[in-house]
Each structure stands twice: as C-alpha cells, then as structure tokens.
Design a protein around this ligand. Sequence first.
Ligand code: XMP
Length: 311
Amino acid sequence: MEKFIVNQIKEIKEQVGDKQVLLGLSGGVDSAVCAALISKAIPGQLVCIYVDHGFMRKNETQEVVETFSNRDLKLIAVDASKRFLDKLKGVTDPEQKRKIIGNEFIEVFDEEARKLGKIGFLAQGTILPDVIESGKDKNSTIKSHHNVGGLPETMDFVGLVEPLRSLYKDQVREVGKLLGLPDYITQRQPFPGPGLAIRIIGEITQERLNMLKEADFILREEIGKLPKKPDQYFAALTNTRTVGAYKGKRSYGYVLALRAVETVDFMNASYMHIPHEVLSKISQRITSEVEGITRIVYDITNKPPGTIEWE
Ligand code: XMP
C-alpha cells in the first residue's frame, strides 16, 4: 500500500496538473481516504464539500471537520439539517425518505459547488466492490441502496479522479492509516448515506432524532468496550410506544431496538451473541439517561431473512 500511495500521488499530479478538484466528503472511509490521498498529491488544489444532513451520529460532524481542517485542502462544511428536517415533515414511508434525502442532498451540494465557479475535476471515492456492484442486475436488490450524493449533472468537469478504484475495503483502510487518518475514520463501521433517518421508523422529528443520537451513542460506547466487536452495531427507534418510568415518573415513550451483527460481506449476517451483562447495562443506561425511550429490545434476526437495517 505504501507503493500504491507513491504511484497514485504521481498519477493524480499528472492527471490534474494545476487544476482544482472537487470531492464530496461523506464522513465515510472511502471519501475520507480519497481526500487524504488527493490533498497529499496536489496540496491546496482540492475542495471538499461536506453536507451535514443532520442525520449523522453524535459527534461525527465535528470529527470530520477536525480531521480535515488541518490538511492541505479547502473544506466547505454545510449545516443543512433544518432543510432536511423540513422536507421530511410528516413523511413515514422509508423509500420516500430516501428519495427526499437523496434529492435534497444533490440540491445542497449543487448549490455549494456552483458558488465555486469552474472546477476542473470531480473526485469520487469509488472502490473495487462499487465497480463490480454497478455491473450487476439492479433488479435483484430488495431496496434502493443508492448512496446520497450523486453528481451535479449540470456542471461540466474535465474528468473524474478515482484513485481507489482498484482497492478492496481493507486496503482502503490501510491506505488511510498510512496517510495518518485517525482510527475512528479508517475503522468506521458501514453507515447508510441517509444516516439515522432510516433508523427512525415513522416520522422524523428533531426530538426523536435527538433521542436516537443519544441512545446510539450509549450503545456504541458500551459495545465498543467488547474485546471482539460486532461488524456493525447500532440502535433503531421504533414508532411503538409503551408505558414506563423516567426519573420516577410515568412516561409513555418509544421502544428502541438494539442491533449487532457479525458478517463478512454484509449480504449474510448473524446477530451477535452479546453477553447479557452488556445488554443489561445498555438497557439500564438508555432508559435512565434518554428521556422518551421506555423499553429496549435486542434484535435476534439473522440476514436472511431479515435485513441489517430496520427501515
Ligand atoms: P441491509 O439493511 O440491506 O444493509 O441488510 C446492508 C448493508 O448496507 C448498509 N446500507 C447502506 N450503505 N448506503 C450505504 O452506503 C445506503 O444507503 C445504505 N443502506 C444500507 C447497511 O448499513 C448494511 O451495512
């Protein structure tokens, strides 16, 4: 991978020359490693747009901004959370949520990109599985897995910069580590483009979003202490309400589901046998620390027949 970095730096320099490059930074491993690599190859010529749709996990936006603010690139971080929440008012259908978020994302990205004027190249964190996947039959997917952040179609670029096209995920992580990215970026678990929005069943409100952010943070904190961590673990907020108590008073709050799976390829997955003491601690912490959540359940569904996400 050290040799890969040296070669890519040379190739990017040759391809781009003195032109500027635009990259959509999502906070995920691929775009982050792409940003680190390109900014090393052509310091000062990379512009990154990070659209915060408001559905990132707790602290994630700050982590992304901190990680990239001291690199040789221009970072434009847009807080568009209010716009997204407004557009999703009253929407409960999961596919519709995805569509609205996808469209809004492109709109915000496009608006920001236009402010920059003419940019030479567009960079993308495409990796080898994406290249393979895009050649397959799209009809076989159960639900739309498109990531948010499509291309601003009306902008004309001289070309595409995709330095990670030949790499598998573990190689991308290694390149990131060699380029000095922190573990919380390179070792990040998969996270859907529309973020926590698809882990809230029913309507998304600021209040419900805050609940999920706090509960998910507690789950990640406790599961993060396990010697062998699941491949993916998160919380999903259901729209079922149940009676419970919060700080000694009756409360009519939501049921929260905990999900933790072991998987190699995310096509098949087994629920993880988390020790009961750990589940118990998570349950106690969430119901006592997060107002509005009164009951915790652990998802023991494998994939198939279930999916990993709860939407
Ligand atoms: P499912 O729920 O279909 O998810 O079992 C399989 C894996 O894909 C992730 N996922 C996404 N990843 N953009 C992504 O990059 C998306 O829109 C998206 N939706 C689901 C999911 O978290 C799991 O790892």
